[in-house]
Design a protein around this ligand. Sequence first.
Ligand code: NDP
Length: 297
Amino acid sequence: MNEGSARVINGREIAANLYQEMKKDVERLKERHILPGLAIIRVGNDYASGIYVNNKIKRSLEIGIHAKQYHIEETVSQAALIDKIETLNNDSKVHGIIIQLPLPRHIDPFSVIHAIHPAKDVDGFHPINVGKLTLGEPCLQPCTPQGCIVMLETVIKDFAGLHAVVIGRSNIVGRPMSTMLLAKNCTVTICHSYTKNLADITRTADIIIAAAGKPKFITKDMVKKGAVVLDVGINRINLGDDNYMMCGDVDFKEVSRVASYISPVPGGVGQLTVAMLIKNVIKAASMTRSFLDKVNR
Ligand code: NDP
């Protein structure tokens, strides 16, 4: 790995190349009379969720995927929401279903996620997919960590024995991320809010994945020279007078002085998260009905 001024891992560029490939995959599916379909359920009017959903739909349509938002009122009951999911589970034109999080407080996200058929779970959050990922079996994998692996693979040829430190242990980022790095034969350390002497640990890392949701939390003194640093964090900072700035968990400017490669925010991991979602929809659409029937629920 290089030392000195870091090179930027450009998420936009990597995603753009992947989209070109995905367009061809969709064309091939269409030749087999399969039009990949994505259903996105959004409950309530969370502002950020609206932006994320629109972005996912726009990208899907650009690639040739049929994508539709089901925007449901905030007061919907959990039972009615699960009924909606069941309808989509049984719709052969829908290959991928996602529930945009967060959900209103009266709805248990686990129950809702568990209701999605595992073969249509393109977010990779269903326990069957989580279990398969842990066992190293083929499955639909969570998008953000999958995107991180794609980014890392552009700059690291051999992961074996590298020390990867993952900061954050959420079900959607930190945990699956550590499983995927383990599968690449890294030595993995998972850190969280109870971790003692975090900087001592990060300073021994060849790879740092920052996913704590804390603005500019990873500073230069926490990073070993030559480390590869991926910034998953998306933080909205209020600059006053209704001005907001988006920043990651990493102090990009300072850490760039010591890392070998670093991903920016925006234009980094977030770009790959959407790309991996679309990749998962294509993967789900490629699965045959018989596979779908075989999946144990
Ligand atoms: P969560 O809030 O679910 O998890 C945050 C994790 O960080 C927790 O495990 C928490 O520990 C840990 N943490 C918090 N403070 C510290 C600390 N001081 N030291 C060490 N660990 C700490 O967040 P998510 O995993 O959902 O998301 C993380 C960030 O990534 C957010 O900024 C989010 O917006 C962003 N994100 C970006 C995506 C993208 O596409 N780029 C996609 C998904 C998320 P504990 O478990 O002990 O509470």
